[in-house]
Every structure is written in structure tokens, then in C-alpha cells.
Design a protein around this ligand. Structure first.
Ligand SMILES: [Zn+2]
Length: 306
């Protein structure tokens, strides 16, 4: 027999579930706008499509991507859409980007699958002070005792990232053009502000088969939906600087910025190293610079609209 009470309860539960889901959606950040549109190297982008390309689904953000060697002593240990790089030296290792705190066990697993010890991480560096790149710093420091180093302009924003109320560790404050060296590898911190005040592009040299390559781990250059005059100055300086850096191997804080998946499948097929890709070194900067100018143009038009 049909039980009307049970039906009413399930309906109520269903509606409650829906309203909970709606309120979660409402408290989350509003979706990026689907305008302006820019076309760079034959592909059209909007702020929304760039964000979707960068972040993927929440599952993509937390699912391990097959850890792999990029070149020489530089390895990928991140998830499908959040980059994390490991630099291995004889004096211990450097980790760039701990990503979300919940990803730290995944990063640890990737480091170990490559045959390295997580506890050998001596230095933690970051791309920029947003949770999807540096929320895990405190946990990685807790697990490894590593020194966390950060660009001075990003320090206030990093101090505001406190998962579970933990203080964000900062053991050394870096400045534009400062070097970080360990076991014969030197990384240079370039201030490329705009996306955050202390957004940091990291460069290093990698040796392979008797040749030296310039590696550029780009900071995000994704502009916000509203640009202030100070922010515009920061981006203008950063675009110019990034495009002037010597580069053979472009990398970024989200792997889609350098077509990691396609390159990784080519890597498995053998042949020349697909990560050596000087032709695409400036591609991401071109996309973001085009979007930056389109946003400024749209902003200028706004007062004229009714
Ligand atoms: Zn960001």
C-alpha cells in the first residue's frame, strides 16, 4: 500500500537537500563573466572559459596526475589541474606549491612514487598567495620541517590563509630577483604582480644531454574582473617582464597553461622532450594580456551605458 507519510518525508528530505545545495551555490564565489571574448592563436577565451580550463572540476583539483620527470631534476607531483613541482638535489629537495591542504597526502604519494622521500623536502616555495596553490604550506612544514619562503608582497595575503586556524609559516621573506639555492640548483624569484601583489615567476636552468635549458614556472597572469589603476600598472610591468625572460620550457600554476596532458602523452611515446617548447613560451602571457586589455576597454565603456 502507498504510504503517504513516507512520501511526504522523502519529499521534504529532497527539498531540504535541494535548498542546502542552493545555499552552498549561493555562498560560493560568483561565476566568472562570459565576456569579454578574446581570440589568441586561433582559440577564443572568456574569463569563464579560462577559469574552467585552469580549475577543471573539484575532482580534477584533488585527483593525482601521474607524477613524472619534466627535465633533469625537475618533476611534476601535482593533481590534474593544480601544479606542484619537485626539484631534487643532493642537499635535499624543493617543493613549489603545496596546493590545497587536502592535496598534501596526494603530493606525498607522488613524491614517493617517483622514488623520493617526502621528508627530504627542505624548502617550500609558492606561485602566489591563493588557497589553491599555497594552503598546504603549514601541513608540509609540519610533516617535513621545511623552510617556507615567500615574496614579501604576498606575505599579508599568505598570513590570511590559515587552514584549521593554523598560522601560515613564513621562515624567509624574499624580494624581487632574489635567488634560492640548494644542492647546486638555483631558482630566481621574479616579482610578477597583478594576480596577487607578490605573484612570483620562478626561473631555473636545467641540464639535459649536454645542453642547458631555461625553465620558467610562470605565475598566474589572470586579471580580475575589475582593474584598479595600481593593478593595471602591476600587470603592465609583469607582462613586459615575463615576455622578456629567456625561456625554453614554459610551466605554470595550472597545467592547462602549458598543455601538460598532451605533452605528457607525447613523453610516454618517447622521442624529443615535449616540455621543451620555446614556441609556446609567451602563449599564456599573450592570452592574459589580450584579456587584460579587453577588460580595460569594457571598463572604459561602462560609464557611457545607461
Ligand atoms: Zn590565483
Amino acid at each position: 500500500m502507498f504510504n503517504s507519510n513516507a512520501f511526504a518525508y522523502s519529499l521534504a528530505a529532497l527539498l531540504l537537500g535541494l535548498s542546502v545545495r542552493t545555499s552552498i551555490a549561493q555562498t560560493a564565489a560568483p561565476p566568472a563573466p562570459d565576456h569579454p571574448k578574446v581570440t589568441v592563436r586561433g582559440t577564443t577565451y572568456t574569463p569563464r572559459s579560462i577559469l574552467a580550463r585552469n580549475m577543471g572540476t573539484s575532482e580534477d583539483q584533488t585527483t593525482q596526475f601521474q607524477p613524472h620527470r619534466i627535465i633533469s631534476n625537475l618533476y611534476y607531483v601535482g593533481t590534474r589541474t593544480l601544479s606542484s613541482f619537485l626539484i631534487v638535489t643532493t642537499q635535499g629537495n624543493i617543493l613549489i606549491d603545496t596546493t590545497y591542504e587536502r592535496n598534501v597526502p596526494t603530493i606525498q604519494k607522488s613524491v614517493e612514487q617517483l622514488g623520493f622521500k617526502f621528508s627530504d623536502i627542505k624548502i617550500v616555495l609558492g606561485n602566489h598567495a591563493h588557497g589553491d596553490h599555497q594552503e598546504g604550506d603549514a601541513l608540509v612544514k609540519q610533516l617535513t620541517g621545511a623552510q617556507v619562503m615567500a615574496m614579501s608582497e604576498d606575505v599579508p595575503a599568505l598570513q590570511a590563509i590559515k587552514p584549521g586556524g593554523k598560522d601560515h609559516p613564513i621562515d624567509k621573506i624574499l624580494h624581487d630577483n632574489e635567488s634560492v639555492s640548494l644542492g647546486g640548483t638555483t631558482l630566481v624569484a621574479h616579482l610578477t604582480a597583478g594576480h596577487t601583489r607578490g605573484c612570483t615567476t620562478w626561473t631555473m636552468k636545467a641540464q639535459d644531454s649536454g645542453k642547458t635549458y631555461d625553465v620558467v614556472i610562470n605565475c598566474s597572469l589572470r586579471p580580475p574582473t575589475m582593474l584598479t589603476p595600481a593593478n593595471i600598472d602591476e600587470f603592465n610591468r609583469s607582462f613586459k617582464l615575463v615576455k622578456s625572460l629567456p625561456c625554453d620550457i614554459p610551466l605554470g600554476d595550472h597545467p592547462a597553461q602549458y598543455n601538460m596532458e598532451a605533452k605528457y602523452s607525447r613523453l610516454r611515446n618517447g622521442g624529443s622532450n615535449p616540455f621543451i617548447d620555446a614556441a609556446n613560451c609567451k602563449r599564456e602571457a599573450e592570452i592574459q594580456e589580450a584579456m587584460f586589455h579587453a577588460i580595460i576597454a569594457e571598463q572604459k565603456q561602462k560609464p557611457a551605458q545607461p
